[in-house]
Design a protein around this ligand. Structure first.
Ligand SMILES: NC(=O)c1ccc[n+]([C@@H]2O[C@H](COP(=O)([O-])OP(=O)(O)OC[C@H]3O[C@@H](n4cnc5c(N)ncnc54)[C@H](OP(=O)(O)O)[C@@H]3O)[C@@H](O)[C@H]2O)c1
Length: 247
């Protein structure tokens, strides 16, 4: 038996960590509202867990406004939408990819957080949880565009926590290492073989592992703010150190 916790918004819930987080929060008694661009997947998830689904493109201000208009009350926001594009060295940087990563990962967080913050604060006990990355702490060759975006997200989260000091809103960041989702498929433009190679010989985190971190952080007592949580697979010791078992 769960107790009602209020409304939780999860961005980027059409796959991976976002979908798993929506499932975990719904099971923990939250009224869940999910957003992403692929509405068919979102609606299937919403039907499965009893959530509400609305289209959301975090890179588009009008889409964020339309989404937020459907969410009059919100106590928990999970900023999860985002991802990486490409693995090109700086010498061959695709500036369009960099711009797209900044738009989704950084400005997306800014747009959605700014729009929902009044409702989150009005709940009297709000919480903003943002999915960063180990790539926000450690750079790696080929990662510059994504590193820059996730380092920036970390800065935004840190500033937000300071600005909200004294107000009833917690601000947390969860920074996973390698998680097997559609992340690498998206990063490599749909190249399934290249995406699978990322996880070869490794037991990576699952989306559910990260979702459980979000659920746990959000269910601590109101006076407890988990500022930051770095969570890696046992087979990973940093952004550049991965142990691969013989296959
Ligand atoms: N997988 C990893 O190894 C890993 C590690 C550390 C951090 N992360 C971070 O975890 C988060 C979730 O990634 P994931 O691993 O679950 O990858 P994923 O399976 O590719 O999921 C990404 C989600 O973000 C949504 N999204 C992307 N751009 C969006 C936009 N413009 N507007 C709204 N939604 C958008 C996608 O939905 P639509 O395409 O339907 O819009 C999808 O639901 C990302 O922020 C990622 O950077 C992932």
């Amino acid at each position: 038996m769960t107790t009602p916790r209020g409304t939780a918004v999860v961005t980027g819930a059409s796959s991976g960590i976002g979908a798993a987080t929506a499932r975990a929060l719904a099971a923990d008694g939250w009224e869940v509202v999910v957003g992403a661009r692929r509405l068919d997947r979102l609606e299937a998830l919403a039907a499965e867990i009893g959530a509400r689904a609305h289209p959301l493109d975090v890179t588009d201000a009008a889409s964020v406004d339309a989404f937020v208009a459907q969410v009059p009350a919100c106590r928990l926001l999970v900023n999860n939408a985002g991802g990486a594009l490409g693995l090109a060295p700086v010498a061959e940087a695709d500036v369009d990819d960099w711009r797209a990563m900044y738009e989704a990962n950084v400005l997306g967080v800014a747009r959605v957080t700014r729009a929902l913050l009044p409702a989150i604060e009005a709940s009297g006990d709000g919480h903003v949880v943002t999915i960063g990355s180990i790539a926000a702490h450690e750079s790696y060759p080929g990662g510059a565009g994504y590193n820059a975006a996730k380092f920036a997200v970390r800065a935004v989260v840190s500033v937000l926590r300071q600005e909200l000091l004294g107000r009833p809103v917690r601000v947390s960041e969860i920074d996973p290492g390698m998680v097997e989702t559609e992340f690498s498929l998206v990063r490599f433009g749909g190249d399934a073989e290249r995406a699978a190679a990322v996880y070869a010989g490794v037991t990576p985190l699952t989306a559910e592992d990260v979702a459980e971190c979000v659920r746990w952080v959000a269910s601590r007592p109101s006076h407890v703010n988990v500022d930051q949580m770095i969570v890696l697979a046992r087979d990973q010791a940093g952004a550049r150190q991965v142990h691969r078992h013989p296959t």
